[in-house]
Design a protein around this ligand. Sequence first.
Ligand code: PEP
Ligand code: MG
Length: 336
Amino acid sequence: EKRAFGRLRRLPAQLQSGEDIELSANLELPAELPMLLRNGAKGIGLLRSEFLFGERDELPDEDGQMEAYRSIVQAMDGRPVTIRVLDWGGEKGRACMRRLGLEEQVADGDNPALGLRGVRLLLRVPEVLETQFSAILRAAEPEKDVAIGPVRILLPMVTSVDEIVEAREIYDRVVRRLRRRGHTLPDPLPPLGIMVETPAAALTVDTLSKQADFMALGTNDLTMYTLAVDRADSMVADRYSPLHPGVLRLIEMTTDAALKARRPISVCGEMASDPRVVALLIGLGLRSFSMNSASLPRVKRLIRTLTLEDCDQLCRQVMLQNEPDAIRDLVRQFAT
Ligand code: PEP
Ligand code: MG
């Protein structure tokens, strides 16, 4: 199997019927880079920047962040890198709030997943977001007039348009400041996109897309928030299903709205690491996926055996079902 995967790396991720499918990888730690490259990722579809903010008591400074991003962008050698700004909060609760000097703001909530998280948290400490934008923009600076990157920036846990507007104001301010200081920024600037991982975002992509340059479906959180199921809670974990018709309908709506608005859309939740589920998502109109790099060869191998009609047919059958179990069976029986 290993040798077969070795050959697969150089082959395109293409359906039998000719359509190209983009397969990128998620990156949580720089140490995962060699495997990501070995498995033939087209780029980094989701760079989770939380690792930089690790366990130390002080936050990483701009130069330190810049160097970390730049070395990853350089290692990717011209392949696109999508960097998500800090997605803290939620279950990390108290410790991260203390380090951001926001301890009093975790005061009363019993539901950290519904509290100060992702972009909400960053807008409460705009200097943290500013520093991160600045570090990312500098990491994407051309070297002796030769472009590096391309780099894209992703906002986590968006629920409404004002969050994007506010983040974009900060982004524009950082751009102006860097230019004043003589930096040559990439042209065009790194696009600013959003994670679609709350039902509110999925239901309003038509509006959000006016402010967001691209969308990334975060199906892990989208599943949790749609079903009101905490995956880490053993009493309800069996109800956590990204194949629930409610979740699939939101994915379908998001995809249709993004395509209509001509915004690039990808999937970067765990469901994209199951090859047969990727077939279903292709049937829903998606063409770009980011997954943990270990899953990439298997996804590519299945894709190369399918036609678009195979995927459409699976999708049509699935979308007629009302039971998560029935959908799971259909997906399991597919392409076996
Ligand atoms: C998601 O929620 O699906 C996602 C990709 O983000 P994370 O898993 O980092 O929350
Ligand atoms: Mg998420």
